[in-house]
Design a protein around this ligand. Structure first.
Ligand SMILES: [Zn+2]
Length: 78
């Protein structure tokens, strides 16, 4: 399975351990005086799961975002 630019399917990360989509990542933010808001300066590689408390660089498994509905069920309009 590849996620090339030719494939425009949207993806989302799910936890490799428990399948949850409660995936979070550490990032660093710096105060932007002009914007009067925090601005992201970097996102770290390590991924965490809020559901099972797992962590690791390869914890996230990327799946198609459309797979919230069953992919192999072909639904013609009823
Ligand atoms: Zn998990």
């Amino acid at each position: 399975m590849s996620t090339n630019a030719t494939n425009k399917a949207m993806v989302r990360p799910v936890c490799r351990n428990c399948g949850s989509s409660e995936i979070v990542r550490d990032a660093s933010a710096r105060w932007d005086v002009t914007a009067q808001d925090w601005s992201l300066t970097g996102v770290y590689d390590c991924t965490f799961c809020d559901n099972c408390n797992g962590e690791g660089d390869s914890l996230a498994e990327w799946i198609e975002a459309e797979s919230t509905s069953p992919a192999n069920v072909h639904r013609d309009h009823a």
